[in-house]
Ligand binder design. Structure first.
Ligand SMILES: Cc1cc2nc3c(=O)[nH]c(=O)nc-3n(C[C@H](O)[C@H](O)[C@H](O)COP(=O)(O)OP(=O)(O)OC[C@H]3O[C@@H](n4cnc5c(N)ncnc54)[C@H](O)[C@@H]3O)c2cc1C
Ligand code: SF4
Ligand code: SF4
Length: 393
């Protein structure tokens, strides 16, 4: 809370002038705070007579009580999401560095053979909660279940996919556990200090920031699909499956799922395509995109796009590659008329072979390209397409 030392306050009004939330006023010569105060601290910095201070209820926790690395296992329609295997891949490294176990948490109505698959993908322990109330995903039931398990077993780290589901309920879990969460991490390591170092793009992707959560547990992070590498499944791996139950009232949801339908983006499967041909502003018009679509179809690939192309309305958002779109790690990525802004490159740089076509020899896309073609794409693409058709016939 904001503490006002009335003896020291001289009623100068500097706090009132500088409060961004209209939360402090001078009344009868003394500062008085109201309920809008967010404890931002601006007034404390401006008070020249040090009449203001902030007292925070910081519960200090014993970090040594918290152990093990957890991965939330996303499991829909009887299938474990690929991002879960990728998180188990990085989770294994983190667990080895910390000398602790790697656990997967499976929330569902019927687990089937999913626990065995999670162990094969790297988990030492699988905590399962099987309950009809978990048949459909809802924020509150899934959030309460994960929160209750975390309070009981005290993991030091919880990782989840930055998918529609992960993004929906993981922030809720972090809030109810009173800890921090770093979204969309691109790298996770254990530092020499023993904390989880969570690296992600910041300031519009112009810098990479490493974020830590040194005073609270668990340390929570989400990672997008296709960013981390999954281990090859080992069916001979052995692990422990622990069945848990959650109090029924904690699984009651305010949401009733009427019907689930796949969005266009989910059908598109851009992230799993072996070949992606992407177009950018250099295509000039929606008609320009026809060339990209034709090349993608000849290569049995998917069509990607830069944000500039999506914002121009030439193609739908599910095709966007980059920081605010999809991450792809295709065998072949062809960038046509894309400059190579960092926000785009973040989403495709893990591709095995990158080919760039751009008329500007200095375009940054050539810094990440394995093969670069400098020239007008309206001349080059038709020739490549004709050559491929000739070979096919
Ligand atoms: C917070 C934030 C998030 C963002 N997220 C994303 C994201 O997820 N994905 C993304 O892509 N961008 C994202 N951006 C936008 C990004 O910064 C760039 O603006 C965008 O990627 C540019 O798209 P572009 O390369 O198609 O267009 P431009 O930068 O305009 O480049 C067009 C290129 O086409 C070339 N060209 C033009 N005509 C021809 C021709 N006839 N033949 C050959 N080459 C030609 C030009 O030389 C140029 O290099 C984000 C930006 C911010 C701030
Ligand atoms: S800035 Fe300090 S001294 Fe001035 S009115 Fe606010 S609390 Fe009082
Ligand atoms: S702490 Fe921030 S919100 Fe609260 S009174 Fe001071 S300036 Fe206003």
């Amino acid at each position: 809370m904001l503490i006002i030392d009335s003896e020291a306050c001289i009623g100068c009004g500097l706090c009132e002038d500088n409060c961004p939330f209209d939360a402090i006023h001078v009344e009868n010569g003394k500062a008085v705070v109201n309920d809008s105060c967010t404890l931002c601290g601006t007034c404390v910095d401006h008070c020249e007579v040090e009449a203001l201070s902030i007292e925070r209820d910081e519960e200090s926790i014993d970090l040594s009580d918290w152990s093990d690395i957890w991965v939330y296992a996303e499991y829909r329609h009887g299938k474990i999401a690929q991002v879960t295997n990728e998180l188990l891949g990085v989770g294994r490294e983190l667990a080895a560095q910390r000398g602790v176990k790697l656990a997967a948490v499976l929330l569902c109505d019927k687990a089937g053979d999913a626990p065995g698959q999670l162990i094969a993908a790297g988990a030492d322990i699988v905590y399962t909660v099987e309950d009809p109330a978990l048949a459909d995903f809802t924020d509150d039931a899934y959030g309460n279940a994960l929160e209750d398990l975390a309070r009981k077993h005290k993991p030091e780290v919880i990782l989840a996919g930055a998918t529609a589901i992960g993004r929906s309920f993981i922030p809720r879990v972090a809030t109810t556990l009173g800890t921090g969460l770093t979204a969309d991490c691109t790298s996770l390591t254990i530092g020499e200090d023993g904390h989880l170092h969570q690296t992600r793009p910041a300031f519009g992707g112009n810098i990479m920031a490493t974020i830590m959560c040194p005073k609270h547990r668990p340390q929570m992070a989400t990672v997008r699909p296709m960013v981390m590498k999954a281990n090859t499944p080992d069916p001979d791996r052995r692990g422990e499956v622990i069945a848990e139950t959650i109090a029924p009232q904690r699984l009651q949801s305010r949401t009733r799922v009427v019907r689930s339908v796949l969005a266009e983006g989910e059908q598109l499967n851009l992230g799993e395509a072996d070949v992606v041909v992407s177009g950018g502003r250099g295509l000039d018009t929606p008609e320009g995109f026809k060339l990209v679509e034709e090349l993608a179809s000849l290569l049995d690939g998917a069509v990607g796009a830069s944000r500039a192309a999506v914002d121009s309305g030439w193609i739908g958002y599910p095709h966007q590659v980059g920081q605010t779109g999809k991450t792809v790690a295709s065998k072949l990525y062809v960038a046509c008329g894309i400059s190579g802004a960092i926000q785009h490159v973040i989403g495709m740089k893990s591709s095995e072979t990158i080919v760039a076509i751009n008329r500007d020899a200095k375009a940054p896309i050539f810094d990440v390209a394995d093969y670069g073609v400098v020239g007008d794409l309206f001349e080059i693409l038709p020739r490549v397409i004709a050559k491929l058709k000739e070979r096919r016939s």
